[in-house]
Design a protein around this ligand. Structure first.
Ligand SMILES: [Zn+2]
Length: 165
């Protein structure tokens, strides 16, 4: 229990076996990395799952919310640890349009690989934002965008600031 990463990995394994459902396991992870981190709490559905797990494994009942999200801070697609990366805010871009296929492909295969953030008043003076990256997602995204597996997958264009305002 001295190495937190090993500890987190064993919690994930126990939880995955407990759920007995790979889809639910990955969904739990994805929600941890998105909604839960934004709201600072587990969702109702997550709480139900986590509580039934800790009822069966009381040694994990004392974990705080921060520890639970740290334990599940892995890519829900590749199950690799996520690392925080500073990505630039593109002040000249307010939205990105892609084909529906490439949008779907990126979110299903390379969810944690955003190359930059589009501008928003919410960022204020910031020039970079900290986002989660998975090295396998980054690799997949490059393959998708260079069209190795899908001819329509390339980014079709960015909308310069003001074009649609
Ligand atoms: Zn990944």
């Amino acid at each position: 229990m001295n190495d937190p990463a090993a500890n987190w990995q064993s919690i994930r394994e126990l939880f995955r076996v407990f759920l007995g459902n790979d889809v639910a396991f990955r969904k739990f992870i994805q929600t941890c990395n998105t909604k839960s981190r934004e709201s600072g709490r587990l969702t109702y559905a997550q709480e139900e799952r986590w509580n039934s797990f800790t009822n069966a494994n009381p040694e994990f009942k004392s974990l705080t919310f921060e520890e639970v999200v740290a334990a599940f801070h892995v890519c829900h697609i590749h199950l690799k640890p996520l690392r925080s990366v500073e990505v630039p805010i593109r002040k000249d871009v307010v939205s990105v349009s892609r084909t529906r296929e490439s949008e779907a492909q990126i979110s299903q295969a390379a969810f944690y690989a955003i190359p930059f953030v589009v501008d928003s008043p919410a960022w204020g003076e910031a020039t970079h934002l900290s986002v989660d990256h998975c090295e396998d997602c980054v690799r997949r995204r490059k393959q998708i965008e260079t069209g190795h597996d899908h001819p329509t997958a390339a980014t079709t264009g960015v909308n310069p600031r003001g074009r649609q305002e």
